[in-house]
Design a protein around this ligand. Structure first.
Ligand SMILES: Cc1cc2nc3c(=O)[nH]c(=O)nc-3n(C[C@H](O)[C@H](O)[C@H](O)COP(=O)(O)OP(=O)(O)OC[C@H]3O[C@@H](n4cnc5c(N)ncnc54)[C@H](O)[C@@H]3O)c2cc1C
Length: 386
């Protein structure tokens, strides 16, 4: 893709990989290139600290990355709109409420959404873990409701989804509501499969169960929610359960954009990418983070740590493609350090089949998360505003 004409690079989404692309282009601009960021909201939220925000450990602004600001520092035009379709043949991205955006090279880092929102009543009555900014805002309203709740009547919280996200949400809420609600709080975590934390070591599962018993959290597996009404949900076995707050933290599925565009996707609708992060069928289209499934490593978890690690590869490969140089292959690490914030200053950690817990684990998680945020927040204060 070498040439003298100005090329147009379009980044869609402001996730963990794209923020690094923008940082790199801000410090080392691309020659003969025009840059555009299409993002549905100017501020991105760093998900690793969301349980801490819910639990009252962090303030909202400590989790915020101003991606629009970073884009302007990189000399990019910013279009605040949702990308809804990709016309790969004509090299255009269709956006909501605006003209299509033409590109020579485009990259997608748009994250994921949660599964099961189309079940009856879920969209209307459950609070979904994604989009995260809506989730965190609505959690504050939930806390206010719990505060105002009749102290004589236990406030019942149901969290659906026994993966890492659902567990952190359940513990964080139990901790926060335990401090702020006047009456008793009961938290019920429902998992449709046979175990919580599938794919994680048994020792971690046992630690979570032990902590749940010590707190007010009941964990029930083999419980599939099939529908919800305003104050009760229905399980697959026909049972109805009442609730005051219903939170939906089931597994990740893709936004419809890739499937709607007729591109090659996996069974959950995520776009299939080569090890260079290029689309299977188009070398001028890239994707990273949750929204991409690596053809050679399709079971790679949808976790922020992978999106972070892919950032430098994505940056380098966009540069290499434009310069007509060879692209680098990304191989996901076979295991990564998972840290679960249980609230109250306690975290669990697991890697290589081992698990640990304690206040020091929380301190480690806090240090890792803050280091990532400082990189994008300090520079934001230091850098020239547009
Ligand atoms: C409650 C919770 C806690 C979690 N905790 C952890 C954790 O501790 N560690 C961990 O590794 N993972 C964690 N995860 C998973 C983590 O959130 C994701 O894996 C991670 O956010 C993926 O990063 P990403 O860059 O792919 O996308 P995201 O960070 O989701 O960013 C997507 C970006 O694209 C924008 N966007 C979305 N759709 C469009 C569109 N159509 N057009 C334009 N822009 C769009 C969004 O506004 C956002 O800027 C957690 C998830 C949840 C729900």
């Amino acid at each position: 893709m070498r040439g003298t004409r100005t090329r147009h690079v379009v980044l869609v989404g402001g996730g963990h990989s794209h923020i690094q692309v923008l940082e790199s282009f801000a410090t080392q601009p691309l020659p003969d290139t025009r840059l555009t960021l299409v993002v549905d909201r100017p501020i991105a939220i760093y998900s690793g600290m969301v349980p801490g925000l819910i639990g009252g450990q962090y303030r909202a602004e400590e989790l915020e990355i101003d991606v629009a600001h970073w884009a302007r520092r990189a000399g990019a035009q910013v279009i605040i709109a949702r990308g809804v379709r990709i016309d790969a043949e004509n090299r255009q991205v269709a956006v909501e409420d605006g003209p299509p955006v033409p590109y020579d090279v485009a990259s997608f880092d748009i994250g994921s959404t949660v599964a099961g929102l189309d079940l009856p009543g879920i969209r209307e009555h459950a609070l979904a873990a994604r989009p995260i900014n809506v989730f965190t805002r609505e959690v504050e309203k939930l806390v206010a409701r719990a505060r105002a709740h009749d102290p004589g009547d236990p406030f019942l919280v149901v969290v659906v989804g026994g993966g890492a996200g659902g567990i952190e949400v359940a513990f964080a809420l139990e901790h926060r509501l335990g401090q702020e609600a006047k009456g008793q709080v009961e938290v019920l975590l429902l998992e449709g499969g046979p175990t919580i934390l599938p794919g994680y070591p048994q020792s971690l599962v046992r630690r979570v169960q032990r902590h749940a018993q010590m707190r007010r959290i009941a964990v029930h597996c083999h419980e599939k929610v099939v529908a919800a009404e305003r104050d009760a949900l229905r399980l697959a076995n026909g049972e109805n359960l009442s609730y005051h707050a219903l939170l939906w933290a089931t597994g990740a599925v893709s936004h419809p954009i890739f499937r709607d565009s007729g591109l090659s996707t996996d069974e959950r609708g995520f776009v299939r990418v080569r090890s260079t992060l290029q689309f299977e069928d188009y070398e001028n289209l890239f994707a990273a983070g949750d929204c991409a499934t690596l053809i050679d490593h399709p079971k790679t978890p949808k976790a922020g740590v992978y999106a972070v690690r892919q950032g430098p590869y994505l940056t380098g490969n966009i540069r290499a493609l434009l310069a007509g140089k060879p692209l680098r292959s990304y191989t996901p690490q076979s295991d990564f350090l998972t840290l679960l914030n249980l609230g109250g200053g306690i975290a669990l950690g697991t890697k290589w089949g081992l698990s640990v817990e304690g206040r020091w684990v929380m301190k480690l998680k806090d240090r890792i998360d803050r280091r990532f945020m400082q990189r994008f927040q300090l520079s934001r204060r230091a850098g020239p505003a547009s």
